[in-house]
Design a protein around this ligand. Structure first.
Ligand SMILES: Cc1cc2nc3c(=O)[nH]c(=O)nc-3n(C[C@H](O)[C@H](O)[C@H](O)COP(=O)(O)OP(=O)(O)OC[C@H]3O[C@@H](n4cnc5c(N)ncnc54)[C@H](O)[C@@H]3O)c2cc1C
Length: 354
């Protein structure tokens, strides 16, 4: 008998799970009143197993590495299935510092990068500018990470929508209040920050990014540029179509939909222009705010809640990078297979007595 799967949430995570589960033969329905309205349309799209590593989140390194390594094949398969480009950009990431303190911060981070076991190379200022000619002459150098790439999250979401529709998945524009009421054999909760309404320990971490646009013929960075500028992090993610994303702020004030203060936007612009002066010449298209879904330990919630219900949320800052691995592991769980992610990221780990 064909397994009937309901997926709650049509962000990148929910759609990718739906696509992979349909590929395994499941009969899938996705519920979302406004597909693609969540964090997935705000994200910058860094696929960064190394430069996103944070002290205290070391357990995530293997899953990030698995997922980032799966990205090239995933992108190719999705483009074939959807007929749409996802904007996968196979360029390295440069992490640089502007003053000695910033450089020291990168050296401190490098000890963590080393523990990831992934390749990176220390560069002085001159070598950094050779890798990225749009970098300021003031850079003190940093590291070049060949395996940290990027994708266009909006193109990804559009491609996933097309792929699931071609795979026969039904999309119902409905908000789910009670997953138990859904007519399905298995239910995946992938509602991003909306997952808190189902009792999952998820909080919104607000972030704003800027979307800028280079004029035709105007140069954009050929690498993803991340930097420390006078003690503050900033990133610049360019696309081949001339879009340049600058990010990001981070604060915890619940679902405040305002885009942040003028001062916060000014800081992002100033730091990014300090790093890549050409940014001052781009057009500012958008200031967008989104909510990163985060669990108390900032690690995802991936696995069974009960015999019928599976959590696939809490991806925090990494929900685009983690799309391929999440989709494969969660689709396997829906088919009744065991998966290592359940052990590592058990969604019931915060329950009393667990
Ligand atoms: C500023 C910013 C920058 C980021 N940059 C990156 C980056 O560079 N790289 C990276 O990997 N990640 C990044 N992220 C994180 C990434 O965006 C998220 O982790 C990821 O998008 C989460 O995807 P999701 O599908 O779980 O949630 P979402 O994209 O938020 O989707 C959740 C969906 O669930 C729906 N929903 C909610 N409640 C219900 C309900 N009751 N019933 C039905 N549907 C419901 C919503 O309508 C929504 O469409 C960034 C996030 C932000 C905010």
């Amino acid at each position: 008998m064909v397994m009937r799967l309901a997926v709650v949430g049509a962000g990148s995570i929910g759609l990718a799970v739906a696509w992979r589960a349909a590929g395994r033969g499941a009969d899938v329905t996705v519920y979302d009143p406004d597909p693609g309205s969540g964090a997935s349309r705000v994200a910058a799209g860094m696929l960064a197993a190394v430069t996103e590593a944070q002290f205290g989140e070391e357990e995530l390194l293997p899953l990030m590495a698995e997922s980032v390594d799966a990205w090239p094949a995933f992108a190719e398969k999705l483009e074939d299935a959807s007929g749409a480009a996802v904007g996968y950009r196979d360029v390295p990431t440069l992490m640089v510092g502007l003053d000695d303190g910033d450089r020291a911060e990168i050296d401190r981070q490098a000890s963590l990068y080393r523990s990831s076991g992934r390749a990176f190379e220390a560069l002085n200022g001159r070598a950094s500018r050779k890798a990225e000619p749009l970098l300021t002459h003031r850079t003190r150098g940093g590291v070049l990470v060949p395996g940290d790439h990027a994708v266009d999250p909006r193109a990804l979401h559009a491609a996933l929508l097309a792929a699931v529709e071609r795979a026969g998945v039904r999309i119902r524009a409905e908000r789910v209040d009670d997953p138990a009421s859904l007519d399905a054999d298995q239910v995946v909760l992938a509602a991003g920050c909306g997952s808190a309404a189902f009792g999952l320990p998820i909080r919104p971490v607000r972030g704003a990014v800027l979307r800028l646009r280079a004029a035709p013929g105007q140069p954009v960075p050929r690498t993803t540029v991340r930097g420390w500028v006078q003690g503050h992090p900033v990133y610049v993610v360019a696309r081949d179509n001339g879009e340049v994303v600058v990010g990001a702020t981070s604060d915890e004030r619940g679902f405040d939909p305002t885009t942040g203060t003028a001062g916060a936007v000014h800081d992002l612009l100033r730091r990014s222009i300090d790093l890549v002066p050409e940014i001052a010449e781009y057009h500012l298209d958008e200031v967008t705010v989104g909510f990163r879904p985060a669990a108390p330990d900032n690690l995802p919630l991936l696995g069974r809640l009960d015999e019928r219900t599976i959590a696939a949320t809490g991806h925090y800052r990494h929900g685009i990078a983690l799309v391929p691995a999440t989709a494969e592991h969660i689709a396997a769980l829906t088919a009744g297979e065991a998966s290592a992610v359940h052990e590592a990221f058990d969604p019931l780990r915060f329950e009393e007595g667990s």
